[in-house]
Design a protein around this ligand. Structure first.
Ligand SMILES: C[S@@+](CC[C@H](N)C(=O)[O-])C[C@H]1O[C@@H](n2cnc3c(N)ncnc32)[C@H](O)[C@@H]1O
Length: 273
């Protein structure tokens, strides 16, 4: 089954599980990394796309000087509602927006930033083109994408475990989407097709993914991402059973108790034109 129709739908109970389990597991280290890059870019107005439940927004709100105006957007209102409820260290303008049709005037932002969102955009060239359009001349686009699933241990184990549980129709969301856009040459080509004329600067950043238990990791991936929907679409599927099978596979590899896996991503910095 191709689950691509639901891959970008973060709704229902997903935002809560996402923020409680997945954000501390894999997003927080990269949020701090991205916020530090924003500080060095010294923007006056910064736009975030695919902000999700706001982990980078919160890090940026803490790190950037008080005068910087922050606008945070996402396709899914449910993710933004969660982000707004959690709040940030300063006022943020939260606004629903599709990265493919940004509701902003040309050349209004010094920086556009995006954490682990690009993989979800059905038309990357169009989304990058929109980012370029809203950047002022000389502004910067900075975003990150996950490296291949083989470089991200927990996602890889979960995907393999689910293939064992549903061999006829394995849920491939993690490999297909979050880990499906890691080829730096393809990314550079998409950016060029979107009108960026300077080659991107790419840096590969490894980090640790830690949790108190294998079960917390299994809940994060199986219940806090659209993988949840893909599992539930399997005939006779049992989300609790799928979660338990993934937890057992992680325990088998890492042992009982706290777990520590490796994760890896690419951070891409693109000067505007
Ligand atoms: C893996 S989450 C990343 C969220 C957040 N940046 C973080 O670091 O936790 C991917 C996000 O992309 C959003 N998304 C998917 N398609 C989108 C689109 N076309 N435009 C804007 N956001 C989109 C989803 O709603 C989701 O919040």
């Amino acid at each position: 089954m191709d689950g691509s129709g639901t891959d970008a739908v973060f709704a229902g109970s997903i935002p809560e599980f996402y923020d409680d389990y997945l954000v501390p597991l894999i997003f927080e280290p990269y949020a701090e990394n991205l916020a530090a890059r924003l500080v060095r870019l010294d923007p006056a107005r910064a736009l975030e796309i695919a902000a999700g439940t706001g982990v980078v927004t919160r890090a940026a709100a803490r790190a950037l000087p008080e005068h910087v105006e922050l606008v945070a957007t996402d396709l899914n209102q449910a993710m933004l509602d969660h982000a707004r409820a959690v709040g940030a260290a300063r006022p943020v303008r939260w606004q629903q927006a599709d990265a493919l049709r940004l509701p902003f005037a040309d050349a209004g932002f010094d920086v556009v930033f995006c954490q682990f969102g690009a993989m979800f955009f059905p038309d990357k060239v169009r989304a990058f083109g929109e980012a370029r359009r809203v950047l002022r001349p000389g502004g910067t686009l900075v975003f990150n994408v996950w490296d291949r699933i083989e470089q991200n241990e927990f996602a890889d184990i979960v995907t393999t475990a689910l293939a064992g549980l549903y061999p006829a129709d394995p849920p491939r969301f993690l490999a297909r989407t979050p880990h499906g856009y890691s080829d730096l040459d393809a990314i550079a080509e998409d950016l060029a097709r979107a009108g960026f004329t300077t080659a991107p600067r790419c840096e590969t950043v490894a980090a640790h993914s830690r949790a108190a238990s294998a079960r917390a990791v299994a809940v994060a991936y199986c219940q806090g991402t659209p993988l949840r929907t893909e599992i539930e679409q399997r005939p006779g599927a049992d989300l609790a059973e799928a979660t338990a099978v993934c937890a057992a596979a992680i325990t088998q590899r890492f042992g009982p108790g706290p777990v520590d896996g490796t994760i890896q991503a690419h951070v891409v910095t693109v000067p505007g034109v």
